[in-house]
Design a protein around this ligand. Structure first.
Ligand code: XMP
Length: 509
């Protein structure tokens, strides 16, 4: 396998995806890992240093265990990764006078195992403010761009550095370069196939769980659903799924999800209707973070109560954790601010003494979707837009009440129904409505109205870390707004949110 040491680049996950697409197993690990820890990996064939926002010359720059260079493994440094190589081998990295962001042309001067089959001149994607000012010891330049040293290689060791991002599609020969590194230089075998994954995972679950019982929190989202189906296929009725209806779901959501899984997978699902309790506890709560905390805690209480009532029987707690969740939470060296407190069943108390079962923890989201498809889960469920754990609770600005939830459910249902009808649903990444604590004056028929304002939002995004407002056809928005105002009592005005993320976030709270 290959390991990527992560220095915090926004492209690290994309890089890992590109390598998985080549049917090679890759893991992303925090850069603080030691050489001794890396040695424990069986079958490790090469290391990639990712890019990152830091500068190697800063006093608190991310440094690695220098013994990693003695592991006798090929290394490819990308962007910050190349600058780190330069820094560690006595080169000089400085802020570039001419920074390069976006497309650039590179010119290869020496063709070797890394640059095989790449023409002399090609387009790449650059994103750097620093560059190599003085070459590191025992390295040679194998390519340049107009303003920087773009490719380097150690004269005797298999250490390579590139200033550009091969994982980005704009880099014309990026995949060729990655293939060269992985197959020519690291000599990795292609043995990561999703078809094998299903069989192997089901066998592993059987061997781990044996005749014991498993409980899983089913949300209806793709991750928990795929986990549930894999486990169900392995141990059938030893699995119980718990679906907590917190009253903050979309229209008909609970019933649709439960009916589908019961019918198609004969799954045992316990639905706990806790909506009244949630509405009670949300009375008077208006602060977004406070709301998230109240909802997250109650959710866990409901789930925990169920488990405690059945504690004697249950040994395993299954979760739909996926690989990006693990990467994010393992970034111990990175300072990141809490923008919003996301919740999932990960916040369960430790004294529950259940063993975690996380069958898809090595997969990326689109791999999970592919597995879901192979398992026969309906496209409609697999390709659903993300829905936040706190649900409509964070789409109602101000106090949450059942009446407001009911009103918002109707608005949301019209918007989603129309997106599906006009075949736009799968073209956008996430669409929803938010109810604002504002009333505005309108006129309907000959009468004055003084009713609620709702905002529609639809975004296009790859990883939901950044997003742009979808450019939905004006005629379409016009039609949706007309339907909402005519069909949902209590709404007399609709706006469309065109804010990107950043500076906005996708949800309003
Ligand atoms: P933001 O609003 O942070 O959202 O730009 C990014 C993505 O995350 C979803 N989201 C959540 N998902 N629990 C979740 O499971 C949460 O608490 C939560 N908050 C936001 C949001 O819908 C978007 O897809």
């Amino acid at each position: 396998q290959i390991i990527i040491l992560d220095f915090g680049s926004q492209y690290t996950q994309l890089l890992a995806r590109r390598i998985r697409e080549l049917h090679v197993y890759v893991e992303v690990i925090d850069y603080e890992i030691t050489a001794a820890e890396l040695k424990a990996y069986q079958n490790l064939k090469g290391i990639i240093f990712s890019g990152g926002p830091a500068s190697t010359y800063q006093t608190d720059a991310y440094q690695i265990d220098q013994q990693i260079y003695n592991l006798d493994l090929p290394i490819l440094g990308i962007c910050y990764g190349m600058q780190l190589l330069a820094h560690d081998f006595d080169g000089v990295v400085q802020q570039a006078q001419k920074q390069e962001f976006g497309r650039a042309t590179i010119s290869i001067s020496i063709h070797n195992a890394l640059t095989k089959d790449i023409p002399k001149d090609s387009i790449v994607w650059m994103s750097h403010a620093d560059h190599i000012d003085k070459m590191p010891k025992d390295f040679e330049i194998i390519g340049t761009s107009k303003n920087s040293i773009a490719l380097i290689k150690h004269e005797t060791k298999e250490f390579y550095g590139i200033q550009f991002h091969p994982e980005v599609t704009q880099s014309e020969y990026g995949t060729v370069l990655l293939k060269n590194f992985i197959f020519n230089i690291c000599q990795v075998n292609q043995d990561w196939y999703l078809e094998d994954f299903i069989e192997q995972t089901i066998a592993n679950i059987k061997a781990t769980v044996k005749d014991q019982k498993v409980v899983l929190g089913l949300s209806g989202g793709v991750d928990s659903s795929v986990s549930a189906v894999l486990i169900q296929k392995a141990i059938q009725e030893q699995l119980t799924c718990v679906f907590v209806d917190h009253g903050l779901l979309r229209k008909n959501e609970a019933n649709e999800v439960i009916e589908f899984y019961e019918k198609h997978f004969q799954m045992k699902i316990v639905k706990i209707d806790a909506s009244e309790m949630f509405y009670q506890h949300l009375k008077g709560v208006v602060d977004p973070e406070q709301k998230r905390k109240v909802i997250g805690k109650l959710f866990i209480d409901v789930f925990t109560n169920y488990i405690e009532e059945h504690n004697q029987e249950i040994t395993f707690l299954a979760q739909g954790t996926i690989y990006p969740d693990i990467i994010e939470s393992s970034k111990k060296g990175h300072s990141s601010k809490t923008i919003k407190s996301h919740h999932n069943v990960g916040g369960l108390p430790k004294d529950l003494k259940l063993t975690l079962l996380e069958p898809i923890k090595d997969l990326f989201k689109d791999e999970v979707r592919q597995i879901g498809q192979s398992l026969g889960i309906a496209d409609q469920l697999i390709n659903r837009h993300p829905f936040p754990g706190p649900g409509l609770g964070i789409r109602i600005i101000g106090e949450v009440t059942k009446a407001k939830c009911d009103l918002l459910r109707e608005v949301d249902a019209i918007f989603i129904e129309e997106l599906r009808k006009k075949k736009l649903y799968n073209k956008v990444s996430q669409a929803f409505a938010t109810l604002l604590p504002v009333k505005t004056v309108g006129v309907m028929g000959d009468n004055r109205t003084y009713e609620n304002l709702v905002a529609l939002r639809s975004v296009d995004s790859i990883d939901f870390m950044t997003a742009q407002a979808s450019h939905l056809p004006w005629k379409f928005i016009d039609h949706v707004v007309g339907r909402i105002i005519n069909e949902v009592e209590g709404v007399n005005r609709v706006v469309y949110d065109v804010t990107s993320k950043p500076p906005g976030t996708i949800e309003w709270e």
